[in-house]
Design a protein around this ligand. Structure first.
Ligand SMILES: *Cc1c(COP(=O)(O)O)cnc(C)c1O
Length: 387
């Protein structure tokens, strides 16, 4: 068997190697605590589960969905964007369901990139921003997120040649893995850049509902002119504890969404309609209280982790959003990977090396907050004792 060259160009999946190591440790009797993957540990909120139960019992949801999505879903998205972000969306042309944000972002690469094209990818970033362009035979150009700029990319540092070839730009705030929220004025600068260079901006919004300390995350689409140059991919996975459900949508530029639709009609057959109806329930204002309660849990965990890291001499800034703490690797380790390996070996705790999210993540590590408090506390105590 001969896999494609493009598949061979993709680096091995970040957690595959790690999973093997964890299995070895567990087999050797070590009580491993994993703070690696970001996957909410508490159940999907009850009203969403109830809506799904009712929807799944209705034969009206059992046939092929249309890629365009049910009217109720598109209308619920439009109502949510209006109430939550002050953004007006036409449910007929400016909203479509997606089978998770990952599917959507990958397929946007297929819909927009030819081999000579470039996608500008936030670095560090979600792996599909670089794997997607590579898999479709195009090229990702990394945009380092600069800590001193609040983890904004320096748009002036993008070369004229790369800017000319760029057709997509991937951004994500609140940001995985850095926990950064969007720096003031960035979305506006991005709109101007996209206009000048004819780039479609893809804002990956996986964390706008997961924020702390009174911070309210904006939608990219609320920036003036954003809808002319961009789309937002909104995932219900993290904010609504729905990672397994595969429920997301794309919103914004109607022409871009029409191309995504054209592509998808050749690739998949849409999002299960019962899941769409569960999504309608999730976006209802009555679920806001559940989201707020979940954020209280994450905030407590965030503080517990940050306090312990500070006590261990790590200079960490508590994030205002996301389910991650991003912290600099203590002095004396040759790389983030070396530090994370040390923590696994000596403390039996899995944390992610920043370099796994891109070259600019080197020197940092990421802790996910999706572990129950007691286990999280136990893990950070062990790390603290390592010194
Ligand atoms: C978790 C995550 C996703 C995945 O979203 P799905 O809807 O589950 O595919 C996308 N982007 C970022 C930045 C994420 O952290």
């Amino acid at each position: 068997m001969r896999p494609s060259r493009r598949l061979d160009l993709i680096p091995p999946y970040l957690f595959a190697q790690l999973e093997r190591k964890i299995a070895e440790k567990k087999a050797a009797g070590v009580d491993v605590i994993s703070l690696g993957i970001g996957d909410p540990d508490t159940p999907t909120y009850a009203p969403i589960v109830s809506a799904m139960q009712a929807a799944v019992a209705d034969p009206g949801t059992h046939q092929y969905p249309s890629n365009r999505g049910r009217a109720e879903f598109r209308e619920a998205v439009a109502a949510f964007y209006a109430r939550r972000f002050g953004v007006t969306l036409d449910p007929d042309t400016e909203v479509m369901p997606a089978i998770g944000a990952k599917e959507c972002i990958f397929n946007l690469n297929l819909a927009f990139l030819d081999p000579e094209d470039v996608a500008l990818a936030s670095d560090p970033g979600y792996p599909v921003y670089t794997g997607g362009p590579t898999l479709v035979g195009a090229r990702a150009v990394l945009m380092p997120l600069v800590p001193s700029l609040g983890f904004a990319p320096d748009l002036d540092a993008i070369s004229a040649q790369d800017a000319a070839r760029a057709k997509l730009m991937f951004l994500n705030y609140p940001n995985n893995p850095t926990g950064a929220v969007v720096p003031d004025g960035l979305f506006e600068r991005v709109v101007a850049f996209a206009r000048e260079h004819d780039v479609l901006v893809v804002h990956d919004n996986a964390y706008s509902e997961t924020t702390y300390d009174g911070y309210v995350a904006p939608s990219f689409l609320a920036a003036p002119g954003a809808k002319e140059v961009g789309v937002e991919v909104f995932s219900l996975s993290k904010g609504y504890n729905m990672t397994g459900w595969r429920c997301a949508f794309i919103a914004g530029n109607a022409e871009a969404i029409a191309q995504y639709w054209r592509l998808k009609s050749n690739v998949d057959s849409g999002l299960f309609e019962a899941v769409q109806l569960a999504g309608v329930a999730a976006l209802d204002p009555s679920v806001d209280a559940e989201v707020a309660a979940m954020n209280e849990v994450y905030k407590r965990r965030r503080d517990l982790v940050c306090d312990a890291l500070r006590a261990a001499g790590v200079d960490v800034t508590p994030p205002k959003g996301t389910i991650y703490v991003w912290a600099p690797v203590p002095a004396g380790y040759e790389s983030a990977a070396a530090y994370c390996e040390h923590v696994l070996e000596e403390a039996g705790v899995v944390i992610s090396p920043g370099g796994a999210y891109g070259a600019s993540g080197e020197g940092f590590f990421r802790i996910s907050l999706t572990t129950p408090d007691e286990r999280l506390l136990e893990a950070v105590e062990r790390i603290k004792q390592l010194g």
